[in-house]
Design a protein around this ligand. Structure first.
Ligand code: 26W
Length: 830
């Protein structure tokens, strides 16, 4: 190893400074004097990355050397957040880097701020994948995350006149120091074309004669999938795993056309077409649009990942060992085309018989469902799927035929057979991807106890009757490294002092805090941390968003994607009610608990109602700001472009966590866990993981309200009439009337007409039905907040009792219940 790249020796500030300057000068070609802040950040990131590489090599050689089983996590999204601080934490180099930079007159914190987060996900599902790869690495589990290297991640949100406007997220514009491209390892992925009888010898299979069930797929066009490796460092271990994201590149054939066709422009357009596949993340997080490009994305990354996995797991080994060497986890239905793809590889390419291939496939795949909304369940029209992936459609048909035949054989009636068919017939023929996933997997899991139960009872009821042992639960979790240790250094220091430093890898150790909840000294320290976090947030929002906020207020925070089922409208109605009551004189401003209501939310660009709600929140914020009666008492802060980076500042400052979805609609939630672990109390419904949070932290330390899932279901069945709730509750009526009057839209009563009429006539998620219970719960919040000691005690108990929500525990559950892949600590070769 070279002089300055000797990463074996523990770096000192001076050796690290040398590495940093080496990167700046010789890799970036920039002098210290002319370097921009981005240059300095990139050089720093690359210097830190050097210290991950040794561990990564050791991990690869350990894992590939033995015959360990590994997890292939297939996810269309990874919402990673910034990488630098996490890499520093994992390598233990934070202080070395800080000192090195200090010595050069630079600031680590300022350079860290230069990093543009890779926003390669929409929300909960993508962030969960990022937490899981962190835990897998930390727990020494052989695992590869596979996904797509979108050139543009989740859009940047801005507000123009209070309405959301999207901008492209060109996160790669200033360089991407964390990725290692491998163009020489590109995998060719086919699309379109037709299928035919395989040629007599050789052609159909890699291993010789075509198998009895083989067909030959002749794709109409191909693209190359270029792997980009990201290093995923474990915390407190030598282990460094791989996240492998694929980028689309036109194949040579495309380029050849440029020469051969007279039409140069058309040929280049073809190239662009191929490379469009990994261009942009679809910003929809609940209503699939059935767009062709989206299916292309899904197959593109799945085909490349399976080819890669088989090479890695088996080399030239025996295909029959597949289920012992690799376990695939399907993160929702987005990668479910992997099931027919595996069948195609085994049957068409490797010549296995159908039954044997199906057995191996089923034993290798597992499926996690992340939703309960019927409209979020992906379906692909047979027409589109057959055009893009003709062989896969044939395979799906055969899987379905055999599945339905087995149902009939075991006495299934025709109604049941049609209900369970992988192919839906109405309103158009389409493949139900959740059903395909369920039929083709060993285990199916939901993401919180209630969610898994509802999957069994409702969404996949027929399947759980047929295969009860197939269904299991793994409650979600979050990584304590990013969401406590990095996001909340003040709390982390207090925890270290109180229970030792082991909690970062073993979050159950937070139980040791319980005893201190009664200690006034400890409570003071805990309160000081919260106050400092509020100050940090207030400072940030002043520079980031030009907001002027008090620190001495209850921070009431609702951050998540904007969706009607999550019920941001309920929060709006609460604020409007407070405003209305002060305005009308019913409530003395002096009796209003000083409160800052923080929203953060992106709406899918095509989701009209969600965008209208964003506009309403901003309009209410502006109206309240303009009213001196509420000054210092009530304020809405809605910083644009909520993302992981902002979450890391917002969550530690929160007093109150809003988790107010209609019961039975939020699969789990993970924000709810982050808040509890950072000492916020939850106001929430019995939905998703809120149920488990409340069970653990205790009823006294949780503000529960609202209908239960069976109650909401029953109300829906009985014929829900939102108008009757409006008529019967004067405060509710007055709040809605105020919105309808134009009070928040400069007197224009049409501005929020769509929201008002939806609430009064439809209100699919029963905002009005839960309004009164929610307001009552907010009154309980105010009463509790008035007693700082009791409040702090509850907040401490939330932290102490939330260790269960570590994603390390989730991974342990996946290992025990689904994967059965033992940990393999990386052996040093150095
Ligand atoms: C466009 C199609 C589509 C449909 C559903 C895209 C993305 C989805 C996801 C399943 C939405 C999602 O992120 N679900 C969330 O997953 C989290 C992690 O399990 C849960 O905590 C959330 O409750 C769930 O909404």
């Amino acid at each position: 190893m070279g002089r300055v790249t000797d990463t074996h020796a523990a770096p000192t500030p001076s050796s690290f400074a040398e590495e940093f300057l080496d990167e700046l000068h010789f890799e970036l070609g920039v002098s210290r004097e002319t370097a921009s802040p981005t240059d300095l950040y990139v050089a720093l990131a690359r210097a830190v990355r050097r210290h991950l590489v040794e561990g990564w090599f050791d991990t690869l050689s350990t894992q590939l050397g033995g015959d360990s089983k590994f997890v292939a996590y297939l996810s269309a999204e990874y919402l990673l957040g910034r990488q630098l601080e996490n890499a520093l934490l994992a390598t233990g180099l934070t202080e070395v880097a800080r000192d090195a930079l200090d010595g050069l007159g630079l600031s680590l914190d300022e350079l860290s701020e230069q990093e543009v987060e890779p926003g390669l996900g929409n929300g909960g599902l993508g962030r969960l994948a990022a937490c899981f790869i962190d835990s897998l690495a930390t727990m020494d589990v052989p695992a590869v995350g596979y996904g797509i290297r979108y050139e543009y991640g989740i859009f940047r949100q801005t507000f123009v006149d209070g309405r959301q406007v999207e901008q492209a997220d060109d996160w790669l514009a200033l360089g991407s120091p964390w990725e290692i491209p491998h163009p020489e390892m590109a995998v060719t992925v086919g699309f379109g074309g037709h299928t035919e009888e395989p040629a007599g010898t050789g052609e159909g299979t890699a291993d010789g004669a075509p198998g009895p069930d083989a067909r030959q797929w002749v794709p109409g066009w191909t693209v190359e999938a270029v792997p980009y490796n990201y290093l995923v460092p474990g915390y407190g271990t030598r282990n460094v795993n791989t996240l492998r994201l694929w980028s689309a590149r036109a194949t040579k054939a495309f380029n050849l056309e440029i020469f051969n066709s007279g039409d140069y422009e058309a040929a280049v357009r073809g190239q662009t077409y191929a490379e469009n596949i990994s261009k942009v993340l679809y910003p929809e997080d609940s209503t699939p649009q059935g767009k062709e490009l989206r299916l292309q994305q899904q197959y593109f990354f799945v085909a490349a990942s399976l080819a890669d996995t088989i090479a890695r797991a088996l080399g030239d080994g025996d295909l029959h060992a597949l289920p012992d060497r690799v376990v695939f986890q399907l993160n929702d239905t987005h990668p479910v085309i992997a099931i027919p793809e595996m069948m195609r590889l085994l049957v068409d390419v490797h010549g296995l018989g159908w039954d044997e291939a199906w057995d191996l496939t089923r034993r290798s795949f597992n499926y996690t469902c992340h939703t309960l909304l019927p409209e979020a369940l992906e379906i692909w029209s047979v027409d589109l799927l057959g055009r893009l992936l003709p062989r896969h459609l044939e395979i799906i048909y055969r899987i379905n035929e055999e599945f339905l035949a087995s149902l009939r054989d075991s006495g299934g009636n025709e109604l049941q057979v049609r209900r369970m068919s992988i192919i839906q017939e109405q309103p158009e023929r389409a493949v139900r991807m959740a059903y395909l996933a369920t039929v083709g997997s060993t285990k199916v899991n939901g993401v919180a106890a209630l969610h898994s139960q509802l999957l069994r009872d409702a969404v996949l009821h027929d399947f759980s009757d047929l295969w009860p042992e197939k269904f299991t639960n793994v409650t979600n979790g979050i990584t304590p490294r990013r969401f406590v240790r990095l996001a909340n250094p003040g709390l982390s220091a207090l925890l270290d002092e109180t229970v030792g430093t082991g909690w970062v890898k073993d979050l159950d150790q937070l139980r040791g805090l319980e005893a201190h909840a009664e200690d006034p000294e400890f409570r003071r320290g805990f309160r000081d941390v919260k106050a400092a976090n509020k100050q940090r947030l207030v400072d940030l929002l002043a520079t980031r968003d030009g907001l002027h906020l008090p620190t001495d207020a209850l921070y009431d925070v609702m951050v998540k994607r904007l969706h009607e089922y999550k019920r941001q409208m309920l929060k709006v109605l609460h604020v409007v009610t407070l405003y209305d009551q002060v305005r009308s004189g019913a409530l003395d401003p002096a009796d209003v608990t000083p409160r800052v209501v923080v929203f953060g939310a992106k709406a899918a660009p095509g989701y009209r109602m969600a965008k209208d709600i964003i506009a309403l929140v901003n309009a209410v914020a502006a109206t309240i700001d303009a009213d001196p009666a509420l000054a210092g008492r009530l304020q809405i802060a809605f910083p644009a472009n909520y993302n992981v980076t902002l979450a890391e500042k917002l969550i530690p400052a929160a007093d109150l966590s809003e988790q107010i979805s209609l019961a039975g609609k939020e699969a789990s939630g993970t924000g709810n866990m982050k808040f509890a672990l950072n000492g916020a109390l939850t106001i929430g419904t019995l939905d998703g993981a809120n149920v488990e949070i409340r069970d653990l932290v205790g009823d006294d330390n949780f503000f529960l309200f609202g209908m239960t899932e069976p109650e909401a279901e029953a109300l829906g069945q009985a014929g829900y009439d939102p108008g009757s709730f409006y008529e019967q509750d004067p405060a509710l009526k007055s709040a809605i009337d105020l919105i309808a009057s134009g009070a928040f839209s400069h007197g224009d009563p049409t501005a929020f007409e769509s929201i008002v009429s939806d609430l009064l006539w439809k209100d699919r998620f029963m905002v009005l039905a839960d309004y009164r219970a929610y307001l009552d719960a907010q009154s309980r919040v105010e009463a509790a907040y008035a007693d700082p000691d009791a409040w702090t005690r509850s907040a401490i108990l939330n932290v102490a009792r939330s260790g269960f929500f570590s994603s390390d525990r989730s991974i342990r559950d996946y290992l025990d219940r689904i994967w059965h892949a033992p940990a393999v600590p990386a052996r040093s070769n150095g």
